[in-house]
Design a protein around this ligand. Structure first.
Ligand code: SF4
Length: 690
């Protein structure tokens, strides 16, 4: 039996895996985030290990739309030859790397090192750009540190009040909901969501609140809430003086957001907004937590900043019984953004432009600091550079499926086809892998060792339970073999613990300092939250004694409401919002292959209000076409009174003509590079069944 964690979301529920004749048995394991509970995805996670379409040998495109099996030597030699040729013809930045927030810490770290040292390219980024980048940017500039939840999840067990903005935890991470039991019972749950989601439904117990704003107006709502807190003198004056800076400018910046204006812009009754602020300010144990619903916008960083500002003016952050946080989505979304696969960062969550950080990491890597490239392009711009002068001409994709998950995905697929060379490491022929010149089959979660960092900043162990199929390899082995072929004969290892040991040293002194963490400590069951410097201690609550800013105070940063980038232009358009279902995860590459989950949710369904549908002549269950300038989707409609009449909802887990991201925009947040996934103007019409 192996004690490990679920392969999916950042709650990283503890589970035990026991191999047997009938396959791998999954059992929930006692761990603070899940207390033995698992959701439907977790219980069925072992099914994907034996998926019949698993790729078990390297594949090379045959030029006729198919693939031919190849030996590892043949595939890796070909990749190295093509990358070297592209580098010598077009420069090192012609080769790009695209990572993922599901990769272990060791893989994320080695991928960043591989890009900067073996390829010498600046052009590396990852799918976390689509996930956590706005919340990360906001926390870094306001609090001096981005650690998703800067407190253990179990702190919420004693909480009295929670403002949850843009997160549907009841569907996305159901075991999390048990930590809200006390809050719900006391009527303290306030959910902000344009949909009456499963989580918004939880507010019905005990008299909580559901605020249902016009999509894309969350920032206006928060500015209005801050103004109410100031106007009604609900702010914590002592806290503001002792622990923050910038209050006067913030107060001036929100002065015009009087309740009537906030109601007009957001559609949320002013009385409800007032009630929410008063409740949040009046009770001990109040928390503000954001999710992708308010962050995946062209103003996502400013919206997350406003949420932090609200928590700060109420004096919630850095106290033992209250706080602000953001819920990381992907399994290693937290660790994935700390170890150097982000375009602008080196291991330890340090900026690649910082000379001190460059010198420290270069020393660990055994290379001159001036050999390290500078910052690359964030994900959307990296993919958009394909086919442009000076753009990337090859791409190595690890742990990601951008053909389904990237915005404006039709254009993304067309660009990937134009690459000189595309290599995809995956365990199946994902939608992205099907476009590849070479596919490298990799191990899965239950077949490998390593570490991840959960949504609390706690480092956890992944442990192998089964032997992988004979033909597959770990990404660590692949990167080591490729690095050797590119001339780096030392400095790369396929052994997870060896890589982690180097990661620890490379992170020492950084914001995400792992130098005090080891496999031995983790295996002894120690709860290791970063920063955990060597000789120091684990830090479950990093803001207790101050903020890691130059002044030691949190910064109240003024932000302006601009509204969504993708506005409704013509009569008859609706706002498309996208999100997740209980049964599926991310692009669905794993969960669509689990028979139980696929049977429960076999297709994308467009949630539409019955009144809106009737006006458009669309019957419940009928096929519809959604379209805009970027593409079109074909799905079936399902009536739902949970959604606003001006809004439709489509899950983003499905491929081909059901791909929600065929319709989303490449407009990005100017600070974080986050695409505006959560607002897209679309037209919807009934079509004949295929
Ligand atoms: Fe837990 Fe998330 Fe896995 Fe569900 S998907 S079992 S909530 S880690």
């Amino acid at each position: 039996m192996a004690e490990t964690h679920c392969p999916y979301c950042a709650l990283q529920c503890g589970m035990n895996l026991t191999p047997g004749a009938a396959g791998v048995e999954v059992a929930g394991r006692e761990f603070p985030t899940n207390r033995g509970g698992l959701c439907r995805k977790g219980w069925t996670a072992a099914a994907v290990l034996g998926t019949p379409d698993r790729v078990t040998e390297p594949l090379i495109a045959d030029g006729r739309g198919g693939f031919a099996a190849a030996s590892w030597d043949m595939a890796l030699d070909l990749i190295a030859e093509r990358l070297i040729k592209l580098r010598s013809s077009y420069g090192a930045d012609a080769n790009g790397v695209f990572g993922g927030g599901g990769l272990t810490n060791e893989k994320a770290y080695l991928l960043g090192k591989f890009a900067r040292v073996a390829l010498g390219t600046a052009m590396i980024d990852y799918n976390g750009r689509f996930c956590m980048s706005s919340a990360a940017a906001a926390a870094n500039r306001g609090l001096g540190l981005d650690r998703g939840l800067p407190f253990p999840v179990t702190d919420l067990d004693q909480a009295g009040q929670l403002l949850l903005l843009g997160s549907n935890v009841a569907d996305t991470m159901p075991p999390f909901v048990q930590h809200l039991d006390g809050i719900r019972a006391g009527g303290g749950l306030i959910v902000v969501d344009p949909r009456r989601s499963a989580t918004a439904d939880l507010t019905a117990d005990g008299g909580g609140l559901h605020l249902q704003p016009v999509p894309g107006t969350d920032l206006a709502l928060l500015l209005g809430m801050i103004r109410i807190a100031i106007a009604e003198d609900l702010v914590d004056h002592d806290y503001l003086v002792a622990r923050t800076e910038g209050f006067e400018a913030l107060a001036r910046s929100v002065a015009a957001w009087h309740p009537a204006r906030t109601q007009t812009v957001t559609g949320v009754p002013a009385s409800l907004i007032r009630q929410a602020v008063r409740l949040l300010a009046s009770r001990a144990g109040s928390y503000v937590i954001t999710g992708r619903g308010v962050e995946q916008h062209a103003d996502g960083t400013d919206t997350a900043t406003a949420a932090i500002n609200l928590a700060l003016v109420l004096g919630l952050v850095g106290r033992p019984d209250s706080g602000y946080g953001t819920l990381t989505g992907q399994g290693n979304g937290q660790g994935g953004r700390e170890h150097g696969q982000k375009a602008d960062q080196l291991p330890g969550y340090r900026m690649i432009t910082d000379p001190t950080a460059r010198a420290a990491v270069a020393e660990v890597w055994g290379v001159p600091a001036d050999r390290l490239p500078g910052p690359g392009l964030p994900a959307v711009r990296l993919l958009a550079s394909i086919g442009e002068p000076g753009g990337i001409r090859s791409l190595l994709v690890h742990g990601s499926n951008p053909v389904v998950s990237a915005p404006r995905s039709l254009a993304v697929a067309e660009r990937l086809r134009r690459l000189d060379f595309l290599v995809v490491s995956d365990f199946v022929l994902s939608e992205t892998a099907r476009l590849a010149d070479v596919v490298l089959p990799v191990t899965q979660w239950a077949e490998e060792d390593g570490t991840l960092t959960n949504l609390e900043g706690r480092v956890i162990r992944r442990r192998a339970a089964v032997t992988p199929p004979a033909g597959v390899r770990s990404e660590l082995w692949i990167l080591t073999e490729l690095a050797r072929r590119l001339g780096e004969t030392t400095g790369f290892s396929a052994d997870p613990e060896t890589v982690f040991d180097e990661l620890r040293r490379a992170s020492a002194g950084g914001r995400a300092d792992y130098s005090g963490i080891s496999y031995a400590r983790l295996d002894q069951g120690e709860a290791c939250y970063w920063p955990y410097p060597e000789g120091g201690r684990s830090t479950p609550r990093p803001f207790t004694d101050g903020f890691p800013t130059p002044s030691g105070r949190a910064k109240l940063i003024t932000v302006e409401y601009r509204g969504p980038a993708d506005r409704l232009h013509r009569r008859g358009e609706l706002v498309l919002i996208t999100g997740r279902l209980l049964e599926h995860y991310q692009s669905g590459a794993q969960t669509r292959r689990v028979p139980e989950l696929a049977a429960a949710r076999p297709e994308a369904m467009l949630e539409i209000h019955p009144a809106t549908a009737s006006a458009l002549g669309i019957g419940d269950g009928e096929p519809v076409r959604l379209h805009n300038d970027r593409g079109e989707c074909r799905v079936r409609a399902v009536y739902s009174k949970a959604i606003r009449r001006d809004t439709v909802f489509l899950p983003f887990h499905f491929p081909d003509r059901q791909r929600a991201n065929l319709l989303t925009t490449e407009e990005t947040d100017p600070v974080s590079g986050m695409p505006e996934f959560k607002v897209a103007s679309v037209r919807v019409e009934r079509v004949a069944a295929d």
